[in-house]
Design a protein. Structure first.
Length: 75
């Protein structure tokens, strides 16, 4: 995967590619291990990004008039 800003969607796409290759026939052990390690890194990065997004959503508070306000939680 290229360095720099990788989107959540790109990480998911790469995870799908890795899974497909690992499910294929004749993958050498060294290649399988490298793919597994890359997959774990992609999964961790995606999970971190998802957690940050979830925290942002949780900071939204609904007002009595039905509108939403962002609450600064000091993060």
């Amino acid at each position: 995967m290229t360095r720099g800003r990788v989107t959540f969607e790109q990480r998911l796409a790469r995870l799908e590619e890795i899974a497909a290759e690992l499910e294929g026939e004749g993958v050498e052990l060294s290649r399988a291990l490298a793919l597994f390690e890359e997959g774990v890194e992609c999964l961790r990065a995606a999970a971190d990004e998802l957690s940050r997004a979830e925290a942002r959503v949780q900071r939204l508070v609904e007002r009595s008039d039905g509108s939403f306000d962002v609450v600064d939680t000091g993060e």
